[in-house]
Design a protein around this ligand. Structure first.
Ligand code: FES
Ligand code: FES
Length: 157
């Protein structure tokens, strides 16, 4: 039997009738049509499904949908400005070749955003720790770390 939940999604109050067995990832992709968060492993190992819940990078594939009640959720669809201007982290990933196939990218950017929102001037080690749960099979991580450093520098200005 479905239950109604309400929460804030990318800055807007939303309601949804959910099956208690769903995950947040299922809700985002199949009810709201936000397909930026990807299902890679489905068991909390790859980070492709990462979104921000109440300021924390979160594996949405493991997050029980009823736990979303009353919380603030941000997905990759909510990080650009209303006029379409990309978030500095998105822009830096493009300029610095932090994207190849792109499967990991939304999750990487959400982990990076959660970090920079809390810590605007992270060390390389802190960046690597923040994205430790995000697997990339393409880039070797160097361009990703450099992209986050570039974004941090720009966001400080
Ligand atoms: S799909 Fe969620 S961690 Fe892999
Ligand atoms: S860019 Fe392909 S998995 Fe990261």
């Amino acid at each position: 039997m479905k239950q109604e939940i309400q929460f804030v999604l990318n800055g807007e109050q939303v309601f949804a009738d959910v099956d208690p067995q769903w995950t947040l990832l299922y809700l985002l992709r199949n009810v709201f049509g936000y397909t930026g968060a990807k299902k890679g492993c489905g068991v909390g190992e790859c980070g492709a499904c990462t979104v921000i819940v109440d300021g924390e990078a979160t594996n949405s594939c493991l997050y029980p949908v009823l736990e979303v009640e009353g919380r603030h959720v941000t997905t990759i669809e909510g990080v650009a400005a209303p006029d379409g201007t990309l978030h500095p982290i998105q822009q830096a990933f493009i300029e610095n070749n932090g994207v190849q196939c792109g499967y990991c990218t939304a999750g990487m950017i959400m982990s990076a955003k959660a970090l920079l929102d809390q810590k605007p001037d992270p060390t390389e080690e802190e960046i690597r720790t923040a994205i430790a749960g995000n697997i990339c099979r393409c880039t070797g991580y160097v361009q990703i770390v450099e992209s986050i450093q570039m974004a941090a520098a720009r966001m400080k200005q």
